[in-house]
Design a protein around this ligand. Sequence first.
Ligand code: ADP
Ligand code: ZN
Length: 360
Amino acid sequence: MNMQTLHVDLAQRRYPIHVGSGLLTNKELWLPYLRGKQVLVISDENVAPHYLPPIDEALQSDGRQVGQLVLPPGEQEKTMLRFSEALHALAMLRANRDACVVALGGGVVGDLAGFAAACWMRGIDFVQMPTTLLAMVDSSVGGKTAVDLPEGKNLVGAFHQPRAVIADITTLSTLPQRELSAGLAEVVKYGAIFDEGFFAWLEDHTTDLLARRDEVIIEAILRSCQHKANVVARDETEQGDRALLNFGHTFGHALETATEYGSLLHGEAVSIGMLLAARLSAQLGRSTVHDSDRLGALLRRLQLPVELPGGHTPAYLLELMRLDKKSLSGALRLILWRGIGHAEIVRDIPESNVLAVLRA
Ligand code: ADP
Ligand code: ZN
């Protein structure tokens, strides 16, 4: 086992993020985070066959009562219906207040499992075992949990921080390349908004990242999680600068909605969205075209899309951006930048400028 650890420091408590290889098969590492007797493991059909058996075995041999809920894969399963199935699974286990939910999977599993843990008996422990790069660097850290409604993504949810995050990069060996690149988009985001040095490091390591060289992937995850942990510690419930993490996301969510979540992965939509935000910043005279070109080049080298998919009018995309839950009372509020490493919240952006970048 090869492991490094950092912590998320909250007002009430702190929790560890362990990053390394061979972590899930090392039960001494994660069993202590599960306090009670009952454990519900939630996973999906792509992940469970590879990674659930050793976890189940470790739990059984430790004398735990184990429930399993294995969902079909995909965002369309992040529903109220699946959420209530998770609660019923906890009821079947007769889960007590010291029971624990384990989320073994990507962001979909993590969001749903976390929300079930947040609601069962007004909140029980949960442990994140993320298996996608995106979940390792983003959704498993920070305590946002939710399910979707037909009316929109993540509309029902809660802030509920995990007991621990166990990011075992061994699980990335089975992750499709396209999903890996989508996760890299969120990694690039941390460089773009907070850290020019990290951005330059990513520019120097694109080949190793795509080839999943262990040390390089571990470093990318650690540096990303450190930024996320810092911002979550400053602003746990997004009253202030946690919003910077939404760089590229208002554009991205509009694209995801416009394409009906069919053709673009979240990270891919964020890739296009970040470049649009950078171009808008340049157009407003807040940053240079050189920096947006650098961002576009890095994303392209990481095999991410950077162009708007055709078939959607700028006016329609703008309409969807206005509906984004981050824009307050209709006025457009976006995360823009002053250049690589320096994101900022900008209010009252003229719609004509937004339309212009959507047209270009
Ligand atoms: P994300 O983590 O990107 O938010 P998902 O939870 O939807 O999203 O996971 C993306 C896809 O990758 C899903 O189809 C999921 O089943 C699959 N997946 C997750 N982890 C792995 C893994 N380690 N190996 C293979 N497939 C995986
Ligand atoms: Zn995101």
